[in-house]
Design a protein around this ligand. Structure first.
Ligand SMILES: [Zn+2]
Length: 87
């Protein structure tokens, strides 16, 4: 990637996105599930465990949903243990 491309609104990165790509758009991203256009690259982290993610907004949604689901499971296990339902 050149300095000129660094200033562009679009990123040419297709995998392994970094902080340099955050806020830029991916012109076209082909996946087995469909083709995504003009998708923005975002950086987020999980508020519960602090795990981080940089990538397309669509995948960020999966990251958030996956962590919400996982941590809900963790909490329900902890509550079951507290209620004496431990094996
Ligand atoms: Zn998490």
């Amino acid at each position: 990637m050149t300095d000129q491309e660094d200033n562009a609104v679009f990123t040419t990165t297709t995998v392994d996105w970094t902080e340099k790509d955050v806020g830029k758009r991916i012109e076209k991203r082909v996946t087995p599930n469909g083709t995504y256009f003009n998708e923005i690259v975002v950086q987020i982290s999980c508020q519960i465990c602090g795990s981080g993610f940089i990538g397309p907004a669509r995948e960020a949604g999966g990251f958030i949903g996956g962590h919400e689901c996982y941590h809900a499971w963790e909490f329900s296990r902890a509550m079951d243990a507290e209620a004496g339902m431990k094996e």
